[in-house]
Ligand binder design. Structure first.
Ligand code: FAD
Ligand code: SIN
Length: 514
């Protein structure tokens, strides 16, 4: 069943919707989104807020400095410059479209603080900023008329003609539809669901990376996964993120003896960058033999409940009081810094195919994303990709410094796993702290699973096929990178190695050794 639009956007989070808002002025836009509820996305769950240099004590240069420090030496300087310089205009635009960011008594944006930010710069709508941004973008896009949204529509393959992407194949119900377009944007979000423990909702399975990989596009930096430190871990209940904004507003991390411990690991204490806090928590839990907790008991209770109503309600559902109780927390997979390699205008290595938001790897986050830079990324790079999509299809100029070395291969004839087996393996062997033996075994197992899935015709378009492809790319990157940097920590290579590893590694199916 063929259909066509001027522009095809796959994904309806902040990046896809901001792109659709720009594209609608120039033609018809088809937005595919795989959940029945088109609002289901990582965007909708975002809590802390959106970072932008709008405060009197702030500047794009300061925001760039913090972004690059968190990125641990691997940020793309030009992508950072674009993000921090253009960012304030995009958040002001969103406010002009109706986003109800919290304001102070003088009507100025009330700015929150989060880890590794030197000043307050996080605009927020209480503790449900993503829901507010989604609401406003949906309202804006719906009013534009030329945007059609297909829900329950899962993209399962990219259409290529003479090396140019001309659309995508998607499944809706039992129908397979070919949607053709002059330009196609991947805005499929993250891949937290590749891990057993994650903050991400079920849609975040990395489909866009798998589709781009299958089509031959370059994929970069997949070893860099951010593990958020403070995810509520109450046995028998789903994991739930407790925003970094809590620590920004004074929450403490405590060990089993009720002692603050972060300063013993990091000078910035609870406000060190996420990778550092997450690893310190795990060390402290191992040292004391008990999980760590997050506490706001020393703060004014009514203020805590008013400032963080969503988080207070989530705690209440689990029989806890955010303002009084020590809440058990531990790290979980949260954000993937790697993805489909793009230039700063969203062009991938495949002409006609663009990527923006969490699925893309512009290099803006380097090895570790600064808190609240992701919603901003979606706005800024979603809009830039839309601009690029108006031009003739062209491949992005993507630095590609080196090929990956030979990797372990799996057994032929492996059994096809279920998703839980993939997630358990990734959590155990490719999680917060990695080492060669576990990674080598993981790459081999994933390679065997992948070959079995491909042989069964269940490649990137299949949910398990996509999950395994993404997991395999992450594990390969993690085994290859023999250093620790940002979100990637190796127990066997604990130091950062600038001599050998100040590089992004991008690979595509064209590099495969067999
Ligand atoms: P998403 O918002 O994830 O949207 C992806 C879309 O693609 C979805 O609509 C999905 O259904 C669709 N899709 C996926 N695969 C397919 C397919 N095969 N076919 C069709 N459609 C598909 N960042 C911040 O900056 N600040 C925060 O406060 C913050 N808090 C967070 C809290 C939580 C709990 C989580 C999970 C993330 C948080 N983040 C935060 C990160 C941020 O929310 C995401 O990185 C960002 O929203 C990603 O936006 P996106 O548009 O790239 O993707
Ligand atoms: C949070 O609120 O802690 C999440 C912020 C982010 O992921 O940037």
């Amino acid at each position: 069943m063929p259909e066509s639009a001027d522009f095809l956007v796959i994904g309806s989070g902040v990046a896809g919707l901001r792109a659709a808002a720009a594209l609608a002025a120039h033609g018809t836009v088809l937005v595919l989104t795989k959940a029945g509820d088109a609002g289901e996305s990582n965007t909708g769950y975002a809590q802390g807020g959106v970072a932008a240099a709008v405060g009197d004590d702030d500047s794009p240069a300061l925001h760039a400095r913090d972004t690059e420090a968190a990125g641990d030496g691997l940020c793309d300087a030009e992508a950072v410059r674009v993000l921090v310089t253009d960012g304030p205009a995009y958040v002001r635009e969103l406010a002009s479209w109706g986003a109800a960011f919290d304001r102070d008594a003088d009507g100025r944006f009330a700015l929150g603080r989060e880890g590794a930010h030197t000043v307050r710069r996080v605009l927020h709508a209480a503790d449900a900023t993503g829901r507010e941004i989604s609401r406003v973008l949906w309202q804006h896009v719906s009013a534009l008329g030329r945007v059609r949204v297909a829900a329950d529509a899962r993209a399962v393959g990219l259409l290529l003609e003479s090396g140019v992407c001309v659309g995508a194949r998607y499944v809706v119900g039992t129908d397979v539809v070919e949607a053709r377009a002059a330009a196609t944007l991947l805005a499929t979000g993250g891949a937290g669901r590749v891990f057993r423990e994650t903050t991400n909702p079920p849609v975040a399975t990395g489909d866009g990376v798998a589709l781009a990989w299958q089509a031959g596009a370059l994929v970069a930096d997949m070893e860099f996964v951010q593990f958020h430190p403070t995810v509520m871990s109450v046995p028998g209940t789903p994991r739930f993120l407790l925003s970094e904004a809590l620590r920004g507003d004074g929450a403490w991390l405590l060990n089993v003896h009720g002692e603050r411990f972060m300063a013993r690991y990091e000078p910035a204490g609870e406000l060190a960058s996420r990778d550092l806090v997450a690893r310190a928590m795990v060390k402290e839990a191992a040292r004391t033999g008990a999980p760590v907790t997050l506490s706001m008991r020393h703060l004014e209770a009514e203020w805590v409940r008013r400032r963080f109503p969503t988080l207070a309600a989530a705690c209440r559902e689990r029989g806890l009081d955010l303002a009084f109780d020590a809440i058990p927390v531990s790290p979980a997979a949260h954000y993937v810094m790697g993805g489909v390699a793009t230039d700063i205008d969203g062009r991938t290595s495949l002409p006609g195919l663009y990527a923006a938001g969490e699925v893309a790897c512009t290099g803006v986050h380097g090895a570790n994303r600064l808190a609240s830079n992701s919603l901003l990324e979606g706005l800024v790079f979603g809009a830039r990709a839309a601009d690029a999509m108006l031009g003739a299809p062209a491949a992005g100029v993507i630095r590609r410094p080196r090929r990956r070395g030979p990797m372990p291969r799996g057994e032929a004839g492996a059994a096809i796993p279920d998703a839980d087996a993939v997630r358990a393996l990734m959590w155990r062997d490719v999680g917060l702290v990695r080492e060669a033996a576990g990674l080598t075994a993981a790459v081999a197992t994933l390679d065997g699973w992948r070959r079995a899935l491909v042989a069964a015709g269940r490649d990137a378009g299949d949910p398990t096929g996509a999950l395994v492809t993404v997991a395999w790319l992450m594990a390969r990157g993690a085994l290859d990178r023999t250093e620790s940097r940002g979100g990637h920590a190796r127990a066997d290579f604990p130091a950062r190695d600038d001599l050998h590893w100040m590089v992004h590694v991008a690979e595509s199916t064209h590099d495969q050794d067999s």
